[in-house]
Design a protein around this ligand. Sequence first.
Ligand code: UDP
Length: 241
Amino acid sequence: MSTFEIEHQIYEGKAKKIFATNDDFKVVMEFKNDLTAFNALKKGQFEGKGELNCEISTLIFKEIAKHKISLHWIETFEKNKMLVQKTEIIPLEVVVRNRIAGSLAKKFKMPEGEVLKLALLEFYYKNDELQDPFVSDDQIIAFGWSTAADLAIVKKITLQINEILKDIFKKCGLSLVDFKIEFGKLPSGEIILADEISPDSMRLWDSVTNEKMDKDRFRFDLGDVKTGYQTILNKLKEVLS
Ligand code: UDP
């Protein structure tokens, strides 16, 4: 366990707070109990949600680290707090879809659940005011949000992470329908996985019953949200122990 001191809050988002530390290269990420959906039009929260997401993210980050993928996570030192590398976030939501669901199903009027012919990688520009619009690779490069070389690295790492996650969740008896990740760039130029990987940003369905265990329970009032998140954590602990 490293020694550091938590200083002032730098940022508060919908589900997390970021604090400076006495180390210029490290920040603390605190997971909140708040839940939002539909661009924050729907708001909620439940006791223990921050801790559940922090623990789920921690377990997943540890697995990803085993595959020599660089990530911002350093250590989880409290139930809802991680020490992470300070990084400049690339302003993209990187989405991978294995099956049709959510906005894709809506946009193309396709039934949810169909398995896609390839892992579909999509980029959305992180901008609340614009409601995170879909962007093409060329738009990303033309607008200067990333370079072609960095984007190629982001794609490669993302597809690798998809394989790692699919494998873990298959063992849990869960189908990884889709997920969103974010990346940062260190002053050295290195691209690292940032943000979180939790049921807030993934769709996970029971492999047998197709029951939704993730944030869709909150979005569409499908059942107790905490039970869904707790089930995911329990299954992860079982297969990763
Ligand atoms: N997602 C996310 N944050 C967003 C938008 C999407 O974490 O701001 C996740 C979402 O939980 C799902 C995947 O990315 O696992 C694909 O989301 P989709 O485009 O279907 O949008 P949604 O209908 O979930 O807003």
